[in-house]
Design a protein around this ligand. Sequence first.
Ligand SMILES: Cc1cc2nc3c(=O)[nH]c(=O)nc-3n(C[C@H](O)[C@H](O)[C@H](O)COP(=O)(O)OP(=O)(O)OC[C@H]3O[C@@H](n4cnc5c(N)ncnc54)[C@H](O)[C@@H]3O)c2cc1C
Length: 568
Amino acid sequence: MKEHIYETDLLIVGSGSAGLWAAYSAKQKNKDINVMIVDKGPENWGGLMACAGGDLDIVMPGEDIQDWVKDWVYYYDGLCDQELMETLFKDTYEILEQYQKWGCEYLTDENGRMDTVGVPQRGLEHIKLYVTKVKGSGGLRMAKALAKAIKEAGVESLGRTMLTDLLKDETGRVIGAIGFNTIDGSFVQIKAKAVLIATGMGGWKSSYMKNPSTGEGIAMAFRAGAEIRNMEFARVWNVPKLFGWEGQTTLLPLGARFVNARGENFMERYSKTLGSNTDPHYSTIGMALEMRAGRGPCYMDTSALKPEDAAVVKPKLGWQYINYNRLKDDCGIDFFEQKTEWMPQPLMSYGGLVADLKGATRVPGLYAAGRCRSIDPGVYTGGFALASTATSGKIAGESMVDYVQELPLVELNQAEVEQLKGKLYAPLNGTGVPAKEVLRCIQNIVYPYEVSIIKSDGALQNALHKMETLKAELLPQMGAPDAHYLMKLKEVEAIAFITEWYIKASLMRTESRCGHYREDYPDHDDNWLKWIVIGLEDGVAEAHTVDVPIETYKHPIERYYQDNFKFE
Ligand SMILES: Cc1cc2nc3c(=O)[nH]c(=O)nc-3n(C[C@H](O)[C@H](O)[C@H](O)COP(=O)(O)OP(=O)(O)OC[C@H]3O[C@@H](n4cnc5c(N)ncnc54)[C@H](O)[C@@H]3O)c2cc1C
């Protein structure tokens, strides 16, 4: 087996929006620092940003960031990390300006102004997204711009390399990582002064291009001692049944709506104030209840869109353009003229690593940025991710430059490396249960509505029992014929980790809040103004709660977004 040994000052795991921004910002801060960015996918491909619309939440000059934070306190039903949100969003305009300098374009009014064309999100007063000009390839353009910028800055990039374990010195500081090349299987060791995990969310490999979001970065950091939180919140999205689509965060505010089989705008029944113009976590509860009552299937109805708005959101390039035309030409369905069937789908976990305002976890030398760190619970505003992954990446990259200033590179303990290597390659024997089969079993455990959308104690207990059996019996039997399938196997191990804690934390939170809906506890409960935090204590994974420090925050909780809904 071939082996590669690298050394660098900063090691960045994941070349999505967060990782690329971290690499770029670290080099801007100190051009002499060595930065290496590693991805299990193609070199510097951009992660989910490469398929994203490219819309951004931007606090425009003249706006007060505190108004945005107040919106989030309301939207997250109080479970808002107020200092973190202020830190991540106050400089979003700088990010926009940088993208514009790189040639990325966003919609403006006829006078070339952007601030007049923001799309308000989820019925909130201040939070708005700004729409990319070329619908269908906005994210890809941003990813390419960033990849070019880091290449020019001298960042070293390694593609098709999955990192699997972190190594620490005797003081507990992270000093490197190991992994393997996913094409030829060769072993990789990287010595580094600090490591950034920027590996995105954990998830269930649903549609909507979420294939790489499996959570091994989160699991690897957890094993090294970092904490995780918000595991009870999962992203359940509305997706079309027949084809991939993105952009409901713009379509719904512009007048599109969900209707049931009788053509009723059913969300108006569940929310008199917001109707369909809300977060998918609420409209998917509505969809699940409609189906249970025999009023399914549900459809996206775009007939109320004004022609000029439809012209703006119609895809012009990229994968969405292909889907739009194929749907029209091959199936005879025009997305903007007919209703299309949509359904709820659990995509990803909101759970992620706990880190401070600079991105540092509780493990020295280990940082987190982007969607793999826990920023927001449960509900989402369109444009949130590309803005917050950019700023959290930028902040972490710059902080790491300061952190490594006087630090030496430390030799990795080769006995430990050999032991981890043996464990890594052990399933590579051609026999064993294929990872895909185990993935299907996990999906079957988590996808039922009563586990993922309208949760209840009985269903969650049942799911936990199945998950524990799967972990004890099926997971250890997985095998892989080659390096590619070894990567898939490692992904499924991480998915199992994420799923177990999703179910356990969902059971623990005996209330409903912020998109986590317990049918047996349908209201929010003041005793639950807490985060569930999970960490390894003496080698054992334990969950505890941490109060939201509302008395030290700037904004009290005056109202709850969830109170806009009544689900019978
Ligand atoms: C279709 C679609 C449309 C979207 N549209 C928008 C939008 O318009 N606006 C918006 O704000 N957001 C949008 N999003 C969401 C947004 O794109 C993502 O949330 C964001 O890009 C995530 O960035 P990230 O860097 O945190 O993680 P990711 O993009 O998930 O990047 C993580 C990277 O880490 C790599 N990786 C993971 N594990 C390992 C490992 N063990 N070793 C090595 N590499 C690893 C992965 O291959 C990946 O490249 C959209 C997403 C999709 C899929």
